[in-house]
Every structure is written in structure tokens, then in C-alpha cells.
Ligand binder design. Structure first.
Ligand code: NAP
Ligand code: F7E
Length: 340
């Protein structure tokens, strides 16, 4: 039986990836930080019913990572742990550097020290392309603007490309564009929109405040994206792959799509910081709050995943409207259920 270690197992991608690897017959170990609340219900269930193992550890703590490698003895390591919020990385830049660059280095180095044949997946990001014009693919220039992206890029160059070329290690980066799901953290824009609009519909919240409505992202479905991570490690040689849908939408379009799923279309008025979205009664339910603007913004991302299609046979099947609908309905249904 193959053994896998996932750092960041408590995050959106970690829980989906644990399910995929368990389904594929892996013995799966998840690195968890000690929190007062403990792992989510989904992970507790995977632990009880499917044998997912938990190991306490932290990317700040090299001894904990060494111990995790000794316990898990992984054939494959998926380094998904990170300070993953780009906006927060402007406010707490050293933590982004510490976890996303130095922490990634600790994971990858300890994995290779324990067993130099370990296959390693590093969660790289489309944010590394920053201001490079779209569409972005594996050959595009990197031009990161945030502390988050700068740390991810340094980890990619030094511990993925560097270790592969200098040490012959099997390390690859998935350069993933935004991917979302009902399990997405509540402070990312998609989930913030679906949860807030569901609350507005139920009379639990008055207004959704957002930052820049014009930025465009290439949003796919996380459950499909984690399959690509595993497929990358099944190849004879390690390479980096862009994973994306190839379709982009603005934040405003995401709001429109979610609001229409919930049966409350938004009518936009005004522009810039004065732009508002009103419901049919003329009440303002969406407004702009500059507090959510970023000091440097990545405004135009859309990925070209043709290499992944050609070599991995990977392509997305869930469309933008299906994704938005899934997320909006999940939030609405959960709020209704918890109110009963
Ligand atoms: P997420 O939901 O925010 O999960 C982040 C995970 O990292 C959580 O399990 C978190 O643990 C863990 N973590 C944070 N700091 C840690 C530390 N010091 N030590 C150990 N664990 C730590 O992120 P995601 O959306 O699943 O993304 C997975 C990875 O892909 C991340 O590296 C992210 O940067 C990258 N990525 C994501 C996207 C996307 O659109 N989702 C796109 C490209 C790349 P706690 O639960 O304890 O906080
Ligand atoms: O922002 C704008 C914001 O925080 C998307 C991470 O998974 O994907 C994610 O990073 C856009 C940005 O994701 C709000 O300015 C407007 O332009 O959902 P987000 P992100 O920054 O793209 C990449 C690929 C990763 O690697 C990251 O780990 O939406 N936006 N108004 C807002 N964003 C937030 N969060 N909140 C707002 O109110």
C-alpha cells in the first residue's frame, strides 16, 4: 500500500485530496496544527471511518516535520500548507515568507532527507504570474506583486526547480489558478459572496461589502483540481503544470451569478467606490468598501492548461455557473438546516 503525507490537510484542498487518495487505496497521513477546535467534522469522519491518520506538526517547526516523515514514511508528500490569503499577506508579510517559502523548504528538505526517492508536490500558485498579461502558462514570466506570491515563487524556484535540477529530486509544482468549493475558507471572495448573499436572502445580514469588483479570476472546482495533483506524481518524471479552466470572470460577475441562483438579481448603479448593487425593492445589498482593496492588485488572470490536458489527460468539467450554483445552494441549505 502506498503512503502519502498531506500538509494543510485541514484546508479546502487537503480534505478533498485526502478523500481522493483514500479512494485510490493510499494510507494517508495528514499534518495538523493543534487548534482549540480540532479538525473539521469531514476530517474526523475520514479518521473514524477511513483510517486517515493525524500527525501534529507545524511548518515553523522542523523537528515536527522530521517526526512526521518518520511516522508516515511517505512515498508521496503533498505540501499544501500555507498562509494562503493574499490580502492578509500584505498585512503579515513575514509570516507569508516564513510559512510559504521557508516552511515549504523545511517540508521538502525533510522529505528528501528521510527518503531521497520521495515524490513531492508543491502547491504553487497563479499569483506568481502577478502582472504578466493573460493567458498564463508554464512558459509565462513570473511577476509577483504580493508577499504571498513572492514567497511561493521563491519556494518554486529554489525547492522545486532547484532541487529537481541540482539533486535530481522528484519535486513538481502545480501552478493552480483559483479553485473554489463549498469547503472554501469564508474570507476568500467567492465564499464570502455566496455566504453573505445566502444570509441576505434569509434576512440574517443586510449588506455584502466588497473590494475591487473589476478584477478577473479563472475560477474552477477544487475537487477536480486535487485529482491533477495526484496525477502529476504518477508520471515517470517530475514536471510543473498549470491547472486552470481557461475562462475568466470578474468579481461583479460572480456576484451576479450567485445572486441569480438565489433568486435575487442585483441591479448595479454608480461607479468606483460609489458603485452599489440593489435588489428589486431598490435596497442596497452590495457596496464597495475600500478597506478590502489591496495595496497591489493582480487584476487579470486566466490560465492556459493545455499542457495538463495533453500530458496528464486532465481537463475541468464543472463550469463557472455550476460552481457558483453549487456554492450558493450549499451555503443557503446549510443556513436553513442550522436554523431548524
Ligand atoms: P487553505 O484552505 O487556506 O488551507 C491552508 C492549510 O495550511 C490549512 O490546513 C492550514 O492549517 C495550513 N497551515 C497554515 N499555516 C500552517 C503552518 N504554519 N503549519 C502547518 N499548516 C499550516 O488553502 P487551500 O485553498 O486548501 O490551498 C491549498 C494550497 O494551495 C495552499 O498552499 C495555497 O496557497 C495553494 N493554492 C491555493 C489556490 C486556491 O485557489 N485554493 C490556488 C493556488 C494555490 P489550519 O487549518 O490549522 O489553519
Ligand atoms: O481574491 C478581490 C481580490 O482572496 C480574489 C488564494 O487561494 O487564489 C486565492 O487568492 C480577488 C482579488 O483570492 C474582495 O482583491 C474583491 O483580486 O478570493 P481571493 P486570491 O487573492 O485570488 C490564488 C490562486 C492563491 O494561490 C491563493 O492562495 O477578489 N476581492 N473584494 C476580494 N477578495 C477578498 N478576499 N475579499 C473581498 O471582499
Amino acid at each position: 500500500m502506498k503512503r502519502a503525507l498531506i500538509t494543510g490537510v485541514t484546508g479546502q484542498d487537503g480534505s478533498y485530496l485526502a478523500e481522493v487518495l483514500l479512494d485510490r487505496g493510499y494510507d494517508v497521513y495528514g499534518l495538523v496544527r493543534r487548534t482549540s477546535g480540532g479538525p473539521s467534522d469531514i476530517l474526523e469522519q475520514l479518521h473514524r471511518t477511513r483510517g486517515l491518520h493525524f500527525i501534529y506538526g507545524d511548518l515553523h517547526d522542523v523537528a515536527s516535520l522530521r517526526r512526521a516523515m518518520e511516522i508516515a514514511k511517505p512515498d508521496e508528500v503533498y505540501n499544501l500548507a500555507s498562509q494562503s490569503h493574499v490580502g492578509v499577506s500584505f498585512e503579515v508579510p513575514e509570516d507569508a515568507w516564513e510559512v510559504n517559502y521557508l516552511g515549504a523548504g523545511r517540508v521538502i528538505t525533510e522529505a528528501l532527507k528521510a527518503n531521497k526517492a520521495t515524490r513531492i508536490y508543491q502547491a504553487s500558485s497563479s499569483e506568481m504570474f502577478g502582472t504578466t498579461p493573460p493567458p498564463q502558462n508554464e512558459l509565462s514570466a513570473f511577476a509577483p506583486v504580493s508577499p504571498y506570491a513572492q514567497a511561493k515563487l521563491r519556494a518554486h524556484k529554489e525547492y522545486v526547480v532547484g532541487y529537481r535540477e541540482d539533486k535530481g529530486a522528484y519535486v513538481c509544482s502545480g501552478i493552480l489558478f483559483n479553485h473554489e468549493s463549498p469547503r472554501r475558507g469564508k474570507h476568500f471572495v467567492t465564499r464570502k459572496i455566496t455566504l453573505s448573499l445566502a444570509k441576505i436572502k434569509l434576512g440574517l445580514q443586510e449588506r455584502l461589502e466588497l473590494g475591487n469588483l473589476n478584477v478577473k479570476r479563472d475560477w474552477g472546482y477544487a475537487k477536480e483540481y486535487v485529482v491533477a495533483m495526484h496525477t502529476m506524481l504518477e508520471r515517470d518524471s517530475a514536471e510543473d503544470f498549470v491547472i486552470a479552466t481557461g475562462v475568466q470572470h470578474s468579481v461583479r460577475e460572480f456576484v451576479d451569478a450567485a445572486a441569480s441562483v438565489l433568486g435575487m438579481p442585483v441591479l448595479w448603479e454608480g461607479s468606483g467606490v460609489d458603485e452599489v448593487g440593489k435588489n428589486k425593492k431598490g435596497e442596497v445589498i452590495v457596496s464597495v468598501n475600500p478597506k478590502f482593496f489591496r495595496s497591489r492588485e493582480v487584476s487579470d488572470l486566466v490560465g492556459d492548461a493545455s499542457k495538463a490536458k495533453r500530458i496528464l489527460g486532465w481537463e475541468p468539467s464543472v463550469s463557472f455557473s455550476e460552481l457558483v450554483s453549487m456554492m450558493a445552494k450549499a451555503d443557503y441549505d446549510e443556513l436553513v438546516r442550522s436554523a431548524q
